[in-house]
Design a protein around this ligand. Structure first.
Ligand SMILES: NC(=O)c1ccc[n+]([C@@H]2O[C@H](COP(=O)([O-])OP(=O)(O)OC[C@H]3O[C@@H](n4cnc5c(N)ncnc54)[C@H](OP(=O)(O)O)[C@@H]3O)[C@@H](O)[C@H]2O)c1
Length: 288
């Protein structure tokens, strides 16, 4: 289908965060919009936390059709929307909003997007022991999406109380085996002897600190599946180390694309081309 011109009929999707300049969302969403010949544009807005309520009111007034929400607004935004789906409510974070005839409804597509990425990559979750590093937004989303199927989840976090709190929160809603611990070397070493899947949800290894690793290489076993949710760089030092140890690995790009594609489907009722979204980002990274 041919690309639409921006006219007075064109409607808007957007991303709000602070900062947002690093985001790949406009690139991948615009690629999907153009491919389907839809009459939308997707723009990123840097919204300072002090202006979040004003920004949301502005979006209502301007009839913005869909909003992605990123750091640091995913939790606070819940105060300013009209409705929230039960999973996003349990997670305590919204990353996608749909404007349904003036009513702003929140969802969390990181949860299903992350789980789909793991399953598509051939990682078995059912009955497996999972070690999650970090207890922030991404960890919360993944814990809720994986807890029911897995055998056991351990959350290892720098701030142990946050890991314990996340485990308790999940157990309030789901019948799951899940524990919160600190991220000391002793804990990591012991847990990695039992784990089938390791998921890094900390920013350790993210650009510009690309040489950092959240666990020593020699703690990794070839049987482990290692998922690093970081997408910049596409292959983190942890993934390189894991490959060298014979592990299967997955980076964060697929999760980024899947969470975006789920938002796109919800907003437009159309399935975007996920391969195109992914390749557009890879191409963009190559020429930057
Ligand atoms: N691929 C995707 O689609 C996707 C989606 C969401 C997020 N992400 C990525 O996931 C990462 C985390 O995002 P988030 O939203 O979960 O962030 P967040 O809510 O700020 O949580 C970050 C977590 O990492 C821990 N952490 C931060 N710096 C650390 C350090 N130097 N040493 C040890 N632990 C540290 C924090 O521990 P404390 O509790 O002790 O502070 C916290 O538990 C980012 O790299 C983000 O880009 C990717």
């Amino acid at each position: 289908m041919s690309e639409k011109k921006i006219t007075a009929h064109t409607k808007t999707f957007c991303l709000i965060g602070h900062p947002v300049e690093h985001s790949f969302s406009p690139i991948m969403h615009m690629a999907a919009i153009k491919k389907l010949g839809l009459d939308y544009v997707y723009i990123a807005h840097d919204v300072h936390p002090d202006n979040l309520e004003k920004a949301i009111n502005g979006m209502r007034a301007l009839n913005i059709k869909g909003i992605n929400v990123t750091i640091p607004h995913k939790e606070k935004i819940i105060n300013y929307i009209d409705d929230i789906d039960p999973l996003a409510f349990q997670i305590g974070a919204v990353n996608t909003i749909k404007n349904d005839n003036g009513s702003l409804i929140g969802r969390n597509t990181d949860a299903d997007g992350g789980k789909k990425s793991l399953l598509d990559a051939g990682c078995k979750v059912s009955g497996k022991n999972i070690l999650i590093l970090g207890a922030g937004g991404a960890a919360r989303a993944l814990c809720y999406s994986l807890a029911k199927d897995s055998n056991h989840i351990v959350i290892a976090n720098r701030t142990e109380e946050r890991a314990i709190k996340l485990a308790e929160d999940v157990k309030k809603h789901l019948d799951a085996e899940i524990k919160g611990k600190n991220n000391s070397k002793t804990v990591l070493k012991n847990e990695l002897k039992k784990a089938d899947v390791l998921i890094n949800t900390t920013p350790i290894g993210m650009y510009p600190n690309i040489h950092d690793v959240p666990v020593p290489k020699d703690f990794l076993r070839p049987e482990l599946f290692v998922f690093d949710v970081i997408y910049n760089p596409l292959e983190t030092r942890l993934m390189k180390a894991a490959k060298e140890m014979g592990c299967q690995t997955l980076g964060g790009l697929d999760m980024l694309v899947n969470q975006g594609a789920l938002a796109f489907e919800w907003w437009t009722g159309k399935s975007p081309n996920r391969e195109l979204m992914k390749n557009t980002i890879i191409e963009y990274l190559g020429i930057k």
